[in-house]
Design a protein. Structure first.
Length: 219
């Protein structure tokens, strides 16, 4: 392995991410474990999809390095099972028997990469890096939406109505007419709503409404 030495900060950051390896080849598992650990990553090894299915997934950015030919459930079938269970862990497939139809099927089903054994160390490291980054971004996005949902849930029912209509582009006067309240009352609700949602502008509010999937009425 070449490259700049890993600093303590690099290793601390990497240790917060985990790579799961499923391969029935003991030697391959050991090789990949050593490779990933040399980068400071946490690694967990499994000989079958069934073994992996028994664990509780940690709340960390992670990816799955998955052999396509496994005892019992195949890698492709396990990919489908994970999708069915809404477990959205990025998958990197590896195989010594790969063919184009198999790789196309894996990629269409959302695999990050498909590597044919033997592959270069750098190729699998690059694939794992991309997969972990993808999972981290997904987690960050879901966390942001979850925090916004908590803020939205703190609104009164009237403030939610006002937020929906403001995000739809209605002016205070139009909102007042639609809700049967005064324009002054709309301004009060709007002020409270903007503060609770931590929205600094109308653009912020519209972006928040989109993230929360709030359906804005046509007018």
């Amino acid at each position: 392995m070449t490259g700049r030495p890993k600093s303590p900060d690099d290793l601390a950051s990497a240790a917060e991410r985990i790579v799961f390896v499923i391969d029935d080849d003991v030697a391959m598992r050991a090789t990949l474990s050593s490779l990933f650990r040399s980068m400071g990553l946490r690694v967990e090894l499994f000989g079958s999809a069934h073994e992996f299915a028994q664990i509780k997934m940690p709340d960390l950015a992670s990816c799955l390095v998955l052999d396509i030919r496994l005892p019992g459930v195949s890698g492709l079938d396990f990919q489908a099972e994970l999708a069915e269970a809404d477990i959205r862990i990025p998958i990197i497939f590896m195989t010594g028997h790969g063919d184009i139809p198999m790789s196309v099927k894996a990629m269409k089903a959302g695999a990050v990469d498909f590597l044919t054994k033997p592959f270069r160390d750098q190729d699998i490291l690059d694939a794992v890096s991309r997969a972990l980054e993808r999972d981290q971004k997904r987690r960050d996005s879901e966390k942001a939406v979850s925090e916004l949902r908590i803020l939205f849930d703190s609104l009164t029912s009237r403030e939610r109505e006002v937020m929906t209509l403001v995000a739809a582009g209605l002016m205070n006067k139009q909102i007042a007419a639609k809700l049967g309240i005064t324009e002054i009352t709309v301004k009060v609700h709007r002020g409270h709503m903007m503060r609770k949602m931590k929205a600094r502008s109308l653009v912020d509010l519209i972006a928040t409404a989109d993230l929360l999937g709030i359906r804005r009425p046509k007018h």
